[in-house]
Ligand binder design. Structure first.
Ligand SMILES: Nc1ncnc2c1ncn2[C@@H]1O[C@H](COP(=O)(O)OP(=O)(O)OP(=O)(O)O)[C@@H](O)[C@H]1O
Ligand SMILES: [Mg+2]
Length: 324
C-alpha cells in the first residue's frame, strides 16, 4: 500500500477550547488509485491531508494520535528534514487557489525550473528546458513563448495547469489535490480534472482528490471516503456508493447533487448544520440531523461495519439504509 492513514486524530487549541477536527480517520491509497474524499465544509478533509503532507499548522494544531504510513514508513516518526525530502519529491499537493500558491514575482518558467535546479541539481539551462516540457505536458499553448511570463498573465485554468505541472515535476508517487477545480468555470473544471486524471494514470500515481462535488467524483475516482465531523462515515468503491449508499449522510449528499431537470429545487437535502467540533454530540455525530436516528445512535459511537468487501459504513442501520 502506498499510503495508509490509521486512526488519525488532530486537534486545534483555540481560545474557546479544543476543536477535535480529525477523530480517528482511516484511509488508504495504492499506486495508480484515486481516492475521493467527500464531506461538508469543516469535516476535516483538508486537515487530514495537511497531516499527511506534513504541513499542518502546529501549533495551534496537534496530532493527538494515529499513524501515517507512506510506503510502509510512519511519517509521524520522521525528523523535519526527512519529511521535507519526501514532501519535495515523493508527494505533492495541489491547492484550490493557484494564484496564492504561485510566487507572483517569479516567472512561471523560473518556478518550474527551480524544481529541477534545487531538487535535482540541474543546470539553469536544463531546468528551463524541463519547464517548457512540463508546460507542454499540461497543454499550455505556446509554452516556449510563455515560459517567461508571470502567474497573473495566465487565466485561472492555465494557472491551475501550472500548479499541476509543479506538483508533477519530480514525478511523486502520491498527489493530494484539495478542491483543485473549485475556483474555475464549469467547462474549465472538467478539462483540468481530465488532465489530472490522465497524468495520474500515465505516471501510476496515487491520487487523493478532496472535493464537495459528487458529480466530479463519479468519472475519476476508484473509491470514496465520506467524512463527517472528523471521521470516515462510509468508504466504498465508487460505483457501489452511487448505486446504494450505506450511510444516511452519504444518502443525503447524493440527493443534494444539483440536477439539471430539477432547477429551482432545494439543493441541500440534509437538514441542519455540522456539529461544533468543540462539542461533538455523544453517540453518532450525525444523529441530530439523521432521519433514521434511534436511541442507540444518541449514546453509542458506531464503529465502521463491514458492509461488503472493501466497503464499510459507520451506521448501526446500514442494512436498512441500503434497503431504503
Ligand atoms: N489552523 C487552524 N486553527 C484552528 N482550527 C483549524 C485550523 N485549521 C483547521 N481548523 C478547523 O478544523 C476543522 C476542519 O477543517 P478542514 O479545513 O479540514 O475542513 P474541510 O473538510 O477541508 O472543509 P472545506 O470543505 O471547507 O475545505 C474546521 O472546523 C476548522 O475550523
Ligand atoms: Mg478543505
Amino acid at each position: 500500500m502506498l499510503l495508509e492513514v490509521r486512526d488519525l486524530h488532530v486537534e486545534f487549541k483555540t481560545r474557546d477550547g479544543v476543536a477535535k477536527a480529525v477523530n480517528g480517520v482511516n484511509y488508504s491509497v495504492d499506486a495508480g488509485e484515486t481516492l475521493a474524499v467527500l464531506g461538508e465544509s469543516g469535516s476535516g478533509k483538508s486537515v487530514t491531508a495537511q497531516a499527511v503532507m506534513g504541513i499542518l499548522d502546529m501549533p495551534p494544531g496537534r496530532i493527538a494520535g494515529g499513524e501515517i504510513l507512506f510506503q510502509g514508513k510512519d511519517l509521524l516518526g520522521l525528523k523535519e528534514d526527512e519529511r521535507r525530502k519526501i514532501r519535495g519529491s515523493e508527494m505533492a499537493m495541489i491547492f484550490q487557489d493557484a494564484l496564492s500558491s504561485l510566487n507572483p514575482v517569479l516567472s512561471v518558467g523560473d518556478q518550474l525550473s527551480e524544481m529541477f535546479t534545487v531538487h535535482r541539481g540541474m543546470s539553469r539551462k536544463d531546468g528551463k528546458a524541463k519547464a517548457v516540457e512540463l508546460m507542454d505536458r499540461v497543454r499550455i499553448p505556446a509554452a516556449k513563448e510563455r515560459v517567461g511570463q508571470y502567474p497573473h498573465q495566465f487565466s485561472g485554468g492555465m494557472r491551475q495547469r501550472i500548479m499541476i505541472a509543479m506538483a508533477m515535476a519530480l514525478e511523486p508517487s502520491l498527489i493530494i489535490a484539495d478542491e483543485p477545480t473549485t475556483a474555475l468555470d464549469v467547462t474549465v473544471q472538467a478539462q483540468v480534472m481530465d488532465l489530472l486524471a490522465e497524468l495520474q494514470r500515465e505516471l501510476n500515481m496515487g491520487l487523493i482528490l478532496i472535493t464537495h462535488d459528487l458529480g466530479v467524483v463519479a468519472d475519476v475516482a476508484d473509491k470514496i471516503a465520506v467524512m463527517y465531523a472528523g471521521r470516515i462515515v462510509e468508504q466504498a468503491p465508487v460505483h457501489e456508493i452511487y448505486k446504494k449508499p450505506a450511510h444516511p449522510y452519504t444518502k443525503g449528499l447524493l440527493e443534494s447533487i444539483p440536477r439539471l431537470d430539477q432547477k429551482g429545487q432545494e439543493l441541500y437535502a440534509i437538514k441542519g448544520l455540522p456539529p461544533n467540533l468543540m462539542h461533538i454530540p455523544p453517540g453518532c455525530a450525525f444523529n441530530p440531523r439523521c432521519p433514521m436516528a434511534q436511541d442507540v445512535c444518541r449514546t453509542d459511537v458506531p464503529p465502521l461495519f463491514d458492509v461488503a468487501a472493501r466497503r464499510q459504513s459507520a451506521c448501526f442501520f446500514w442494512k436498512e439504509t441500503l434497503d431504503g
